[in-house]
Ligand binder design. Structure first.
Ligand SMILES: *Cc1c(COP(=O)(O)O)cnc(C)c1O
Length: 403
C-alpha cells in the first residue's frame, strides 16, 4: 500500500510541472476498468482522453500490436510498408472521398501538417487563417497559434502566424472574418476541450458554403471527434459536410500514437517530395493498432454502441434533478455534465473516490469520454452514483481551481 503516494512524490521530482501531479498512478487496465498502484479499481470514463477506443488490453489490439512488433517495429519513411498503405486506403474509404493521407504521431502534428498544407496551397495573398474561440488544436507553436483557448495560449505569444478567432457557431462572425485574404478555416465539428459543444444545426453546412464562396480551405480537426466517438466514423458525417482537409488522432490507434492529415481531392496533392515528414509517423506498430481499432469498431458495431450507450448515459444523466446540475450536452459516448457552479474539480475528485474517472474539462463542466466498448450496466452505475457525487461536491469546502 502507499505505492501511489511514493510514485507521485517521485513524479513531482523527476517530471516537469506542466501536468501538475496527476492524482492516480495507474498500473493496468482491462476493458473499461483500470487499477492503480494501491490496488484500487476505477471505471475509466475518460478513456485516456478519448483515446482508448477499445478500452484497455483489448485482445484484438494486443494481438495486432504484438504480432507487428515481433515482425517489424520501425522502418522510417525511407521505406514503405503494407500496413500504412492499407490504413490510408481504409481511412479514405471511411471518409468516402478521393484523397491522400499523411501519417504522424499526435493531434498537434496532424494539425501542423494541415497548417503547412494550407499555407503552401494558399500563397502569399491569403495571409491569415480563421479558427474558433475556445478551440483546441494542440500545443506545438503552430497548433497553439490555431488554438483559441486563452488558458493554453497565455505565456506563449508572439505566435508565428495570423489567426483570427471567431465565436464558434456564429455564421455571421465567420462570414465577415472569411474574405479573399483568408487561407483556411480550422474548426472542430464538435468542440472537445471547450466542453463537448456540438455545432448549431446547419452551421457546418454554412461554413462549407462560406469557404466555397471565398476559396478558403476548410479543415476539420476531428482529432477528438473522429473514429466513432459520436456514433459515426466522423462527426462531420452527421451533417454530411465534407472538409477539404481532415485531421485525426486520439481514437485512431486505440492508445498507440498515430495521427493522420487527410487531404481530400486536390488537397491530397499539395505536398510534394521534401515538403513535410515525420520519422516515426505511420510506423508499422501504430498502423497495426489502428487496423485493430477499425476492425473491432466494424465487427462489434461500436458505432452502434456509441449511439445506444451514449443515449442511455445522456438520458440517464439528464433525468437527474440536482441543484448543482445545469444540464447535459454531447453526442454519442461523449457527454458533458454542466454544473451550475464552478465545481467540476470537486465532482472529479469525489467521482474518483467513488471509483469513477471523469474529467473536469472546464471549471463548470465535467467530461465523460469512455471507451466505445462501454457497457450499459457500466453507464448505468455512473448515472446512479452521480446525485450523491454532486451533493458531496456541493458541500465540500475549499477553493475551486481552474483545470
Ligand atoms: C487533443 C486534441 C488535439 C491535440 O492532440 P495531441 O495528440 O495532444 O497533440 C488537437 N485537436 C483536438 C480537437 C484535440 O482534442
Amino acid at each position: 500500500m502507499g505505492d501511489s503516494r511514493a510514485l507521485r512524490d517521485r513524479f513531482q521530482n523527476a517530471l516537469m510541472g506542466n501536468y501538475g501531479v496527476p492524482p492516480v498512478a495507474v498500473v493496468e487496465g482491462k476493458g473499461c476498468v483500470v487499477t492503480d498502484a494501491d490496488g484500487r479499481t476505477y471505471l475509466d470514463l475518460i478513456g485516456g482522453l478519448a483515446v482508448s477506443t477499445l478500452g484497455h488490453a483489448h485482445p484484438a489490439l494486443v494481438r495486432a500490436v504484438s504480432e507487428q512488433v515481433a515482425r517489424l517495429a520501425h522502418i522510417s519513411n525511407l521505406s514503405l510498408h503494407e500496413p500504412e498503405v492499407r490504413l490510408a486506403e481504409r481511412l479514405l474509404t471511411l471518409v468516402g472521398a478521393e484523397g491522400r493521407v499523411f501519417f504522424a504521431n499526435s493531434g498537434a502534428e496532424a494539425n501542423e501538417a494541415a497548417f503547412k498544407l494550407v499555407r503552401k496551397h494558399a500563397g502569399a495573398d491569403r495571409s491569415y487563417v480563421v479558427a474558433a474561440q475556445d478551440s483546441f488544436h494542440g500545443r506545438t507553436m503552430g497548433a497553439l497559434t490555431l488554438t483559441g483557448a486563452p488558458r493554453a495560449r497565455k505565456s506563449f505569444e508572439p505566435f508565428c502566424a495570423e489567426v483570427r478567432h471567431v465565436a464558434y457557431g456564429s455564421v455571421e462572425e465567420l462570414r465577415s472574418a472569411v474574405t479573399a485574404g483568408c487561407a483556411a478555416v480550422f474548426l472542430e465539428p464538435v468542440q472537445g476541450e471547450a466542453g463537448v459543444i456540438p455545432p448549431p444545426a446547419g452551421y457546418l453546412r454554412a461554413v462549407r458554403e462560406i469557404c466555397d464562396a471565398t476559396g478558403a480551405v476548410l479543415v476539420f480537426d476531428e482529432v477528438q471527434s473522429g473514429i466513432g466517438r459520436t456514433g459515426r466514423w466522423f462527426a462531420h458525417q452527421h451533417e454530411e459536410v465534407l472538409p477539404d482537409v481532415l485531421t485525426l488522432a486520439k481514437g485512431l490507434g486505440g492508445g498507440l500514437p498515430i495521427s493522420a492529415c487527410i487531404g481530400l481531392g486536390r488537397y491530397g496533392a499539395v505536398f510534394e517530395q521534401g515538403d513535410h515528414g515525420s520519422t516515426f509517423g505511420g510506423n508499422p506498430v501504430s498502423c497495426a493498432a489502428a487496423h485493430a481499432v477499425l476492425d473491432t469498431i466494424d465487427g462489434d458495431d461500436l458505432l452502434g454502441n456509441a449511439t445506444k450507450t451514449g443515449a442511455l448515459l445522456a438520458t440517464g444523466l439528464a433525468a437527474i434533478s440536482h441543484e448543482l446540475l445545469a444540464g447535459v450536452r454531447g453526442i454519442g459516448l461523449w457527454q458533458a455534465i454542466r454544473l451550475t457552479e464552478p465545481r467540476a474539480r470537486s465532482v472529479e475528485a469525489h467521482a474518483r473516490e467513488a471509483g469513477f474517472l471523469v474529467n473536469a474539462v472546464q471549471p463548470d463542466v465535467v467530461r465523460v469520454s469512455p471507451p466505445l466498448i462501454l457497457g450499459s450496466d457500466e453507464a448505468q452505475s455512473f448515472v446512479e452514483s452521480l446525485p450523491a457525487l454532486l451533493t458531496a461536491a456541493q458541500t465540500v469546502l475549499g477553493d475551486e481551481v481552474t483545470p
